[in-house]
Design a protein around this ligand. Structure first.
Ligand code: ATP
Ligand code: MG
Length: 398
């Protein structure tokens, strides 16, 4: 047993875990935590009473690394480092005296929150709080009780087999377990918005598959490297992403040579959507995901969105649609993709950009322009250029 060694307690939201879903969700969370534990050493990971226990099994287990990783598991609402002890007041007090002074060092105020999931415990919650509060006041110099706005809350949980003491708590990644909602195909560019869109949908339970369009030699190898780096960074939250890469070089040259310049972007987007739909079908993705935000650029007006939507028969999820750029940036920092996103590389959307892009396009005009090229053949040839790279949170992740 590992009394005396810190453990991690992960809590998940209750509301979504009703009925049959609950067992499924729990096993998904446990599976994900077990996979993530492997580079950090040996941990025992199991669930009991709506809490997932992550217990290091020897002194080599890297609890700091595991803790950071657990904070990025979708479906977990809070992660807590706690110290287990026997379920009696004597042991709780001794353990608190040894464990808390370091955790509370430099703090000015605290309160104790006692929770009994084992109602047979002889003391009530207020009695436990009062006893432990006194112990802390004696053991931590200069600290005071503030029950309304404490700087830190010390929690004692009397659980099924043991008691657990912790100081403070941190938010988890929230959302729903990865893969619990199916799979989505993210149209991944090198910009700020699409990596955020992918992470936002992963947070709602989608496994993320990505598709990137390049236009070599108009776009460079380094532009592609940047996109692959973004996918790798997203893996901190998304764990594993296959990035499919399709070349649009021939498509763009055909558009340049045959169509009216004002329509270039829209026409290119028609190709992108159609190719994405096909890729989604092949890789069993139930939706496309883009980083579009209403009105951000000419191709993201309502009429432009209506035109691109008409190209496909699959739901297109646009989680950034109602966000301001500053809000998207905030999310990009949160998901850890911002710094890479702002590296200055070209995107296929930025080669052959029209000087006066259509902002209020009509579908029939777009279709008339599209009729000037051999749509089906170009589509077929472009799809044949597809190759795939796999990015993982760490090498041994399966
Ligand atoms: P982002 O910051 O995500 O690049 P953006 O504001 O630059 O978005 P656009 O360039 O108009 O907007 O692209 C809109 C969306 O189309 C992107 O969010 C992305 O989902 C998709 N997209 C754009 N370029 C590519 C590309 N080269 N490969 C794959 N998807 C792309
Ligand atoms: Mg872009």
């Amino acid at each position: 047993m590992n009394s005396g060694r810190e453990v991690i307690l992960c809590k998940y939201g209750e509301i979504v875990l009703k009925g049959n879903n609950r067992k499924n969700f729990e096993s998904m969370l446990i599976k994900e935590l077990r996979r993530r534990a492997s580079p950090h050493g040996t941990f025992k990971i199991y669930t009991n009473q709506s809490t997932i226990y992550v217990e290091p099994q020897d002194e080599f287990a890297d609890i700091d690394g595991m803790y950071e990783s657990a904070k990025k598991v979708f479906g977990i609402i809070s992660v807590n480092r706690a110290i287990p002890c026997e379920k009696n007041m004597e042991s709780i007090i001794e353990t608190a005296k040894a464990y808390l002074p370091e955790k509370l060092f430099g703090k000015r105020t605290f309160k104790v929150d006692a929770r009994r999931s084992d109602k047979r415990f002889p003391l009530t919650s207020p009695e436990i709080s009062a006893a432990l509060g006194g112990v802390i006041l004696g053991a931590v110099k200069g600290i005071k009780v503030d029950v309304r706005h404490p700087e830190v809350t010390v929690t004692v949980e009397i659980r099924e087999t043991k008691a657990y003491i912790r100081a403070g708590q941190e938010s988890g990644a929230g959302g729903l377990p990865l893969r619990s909602a199916g799979r989505g195909l993210l149209l991944l560019s090198g910009g700020i918005d699409s990596p955020v869109a992918g992470c936002m949908m992963a947070k709602r339970g989608l496994e993320i598959e990505a598709l990137h369009f390049e236009s070599f030699p108009y776009t460079s190898e380094r532009a592609l490297e940047k996109v692959l780096t973004l996918a790798e960074e997203m893996c901190q939250f998304c764990s594993k992403i296959h990035v499919h890469i399709i070349s649009l070089t021939k498509v763009q040259e055909a558009l340049r040579d045959n169509c009216e310049e004002d329509y270039f972007t829209l026409l290119l987007r028609m190709f992108m959507m159609k190719l994405s739909e096909r890729c989604a079908l092949e890789y069993k993705c139930g939706a496309l995901i883009t980083g579009e935000s209403l009105g951000q650029v000419a191709s993201q007006t309502l009429s432009a969105i209506a035109v691109t939507d008409s190209a496909v028969n699959i739901p297109v999820l646009r989680p950034c649609i109602g966000l301001d750029k500053s809000e998207i940036v905030e999310q990009a920092r949160h998901f850890g993709t911002f710094e890479t996103s702002i590296l200055p590389f070209e995107d296929c959307c930025t080669v052959f950009t029209p000087r006066h892009p259509k902002t209020q396009p009509k579908l029939e005009d777009v279709m008339a322009e599209l009729a000037k090229v051999n749509f089906e053949e170009l589509l077929e040839d472009a799809y044949a250029t597809m190759r795939t790279e796999t990015k993982l949170i760490f090498e041994s992740y399966r």
